[in-house]
Design a protein around this ligand. Structure first.
Ligand code: 1CP
Length: 370
């Protein structure tokens, strides 16, 4: 087989990708969920220049700038595409808008038989701006660190599509789940197939890893999680390309907030990394993932409580040390083992002092250097 050639610069820091694939590294790689965003003054200036969030996200040059902003400040080991999980339901025609300070809103939420019947996999041309941004970011990175592409899980997208906005109790979608599971299954099937096509297009455009954000999987009852979230995340993973345009393996990360008690179910997922929130003990999680059924063990991503970053830098430093110690010394000899990717347990809070992020990233690298 001939290696496909790539027009992108060679990767100079592969620490994150190695850890994703369970290979030993010289230190523990680190990046942050929502690392580009409102806690950075330069992001707020860029968004003001664009006018609003969607104007920023749909402009590949500005999205590239937003992606690179945190990398200019901190020695992060990965970049993540600047976009949003809700671009997919927006392309389905649900009418997304972001009210300043209020979060996302859909003009036409999906709530009844007719709304569900009208849903279809969106034309990927409507999401061309995302794939253009991926290619543009990849060029701008010039091999500095790998680029992560992402999408929402079918369940998490459905939460917004049915609720129409962020929710406190998920009453509308859970009522649908219990009263009309047939309708929810149809939404989730369309979401899964849409997300698969969408992530494959990001891979083709240059994404070097992909992540599925199951941000609201943890609000489901045991049993419902497996049926309405996990099964559809697996349906996405089963359709994903294994290799990028450059012929390199593209690791898959799945993060379920509040999913710690389901790691034994999640290890059956066809993915390389499981993201965990701060309620999880990393040593226990590592034990649960290691040496299972002869398959390559998944690596772990996480899990500092994002609110830790409001404490003084000395505390941040101590909490980083504690998190690294909780995972324990990474395996250095096996070709494949459960490795650690340092991250927060959920997205960074918009009021976080950037200097504390600097202290965190520096501490991860200092304490983990082998
Ligand atoms: O006002 C603004 O500037 C908008 C704030 C904002 C930003 C910076 C939104 C609206 N989205 C984003 C970017 C974003 N969203 C990224 C790329 C930035 C990066 O990581 O560096 C990513 C990966 C997301 C993913 C996302 N969007 C998730 C999953 C991650 C998570 O935190 O759980 C979710 C749930 C969303 C929905 C969403 N979009 C925006 C907001 C404020 C929200 C959350 C709404 C809610 O609380 O339910």
């Amino acid at each position: 087989m001939t290696e496909p050639t790539s027009s992108f610069a060679p990767l100079r820091n592969d620490t994150f990708l190695r850890a994703c694939l369970g290979q030993p590294t010289d230190y523990t790689p680190v990046w942050l969920m929502r690392q580009a965003g409102r806690y950075l003054p330069e992001y707020r200036a860029l968004r003001a220049q664009a006018g609003n969030f969607m104007a920023l996200a749909t402009n590949p040059a500005l999205a590239t700038e937003a992606t690179l902003q945190p990398l200019e400040r901190f020695a992060l080991d990965a970049a993540i595409l600047f976009s949003d999980i809700l671009t997919v339901p927006d392309a389905m025609g649900l009418g997304l808008s972001f009210q300043q300070g209020e979060g996302p809103q859909f003009a036409r939420p999906v709530r009844d038989e007719a709304g569900v019947a009208a849903l279809a996999i969106p034309d990927m041309d409507k999401l061309r701006y995302v794939f253009d941004a991926v290619a543009s970011i990849r060029r701008a990175l010039a091999g500095r660190v790998p680029l992560i592409g992402f999408a929402g899980s079918p369940w998490t997208l459905a939460c917004y599509m049915v609720e129409g906005a962020a929710s406190k109790d998920y009453r509308t979608i859970k009522t649908l789940l219990y009263a009309r599971p047939d309708l929810l299954h149809r939404i989730l099937t369309i979401n899964a197939d849409s997300v698969a096509v969408y992530l494959n297009a990001q891979i083709d455009a240059g994404a070097q890893a992909v992540m599925v954000f199951d941000s609201w999987g943890g609000v489901l009852a045991d049993g419902a999680f497996q049926t309405f979230s996990l099964a559809y995340t697996q349906r996405v993973l089963q359709q994903l390309k294994r290799h990028g345009a450059d012929g390199k393996e593209v690791p898959r990360i799945v993060f379920t907030k509040g999913g710690g008690q389901w790691l034994r179910d999640m290890r059956a997922l066809d993915c390389d990394v499981l993201g965990v929130d701060w309620t999880v003990n990393l040593a226990t999680a590592r034990e649960q993932l290691s040496g299972h059924d002869g398959q390559r063990p998944q690596s772990l991503q996480g899990n500092l409580d994002p609110i830790t970053l409001f404490a003084p830098p000395a505390t941040v430093d101590a909490e980083v040390q504690r998190t690294l110690a909780a995972f324990g010394a990474p395996e250095q000899n096996a070709a494949h083992s459960c490795q650690h990717i340092f991250n927060l347990g959920h997205g960074i809070n918009q009021h976080t002092p950037p200097e504390h992020v600097a202290a965190m990233v520096e501490a991860v690298h200092r304490y983990s250097r082998r």
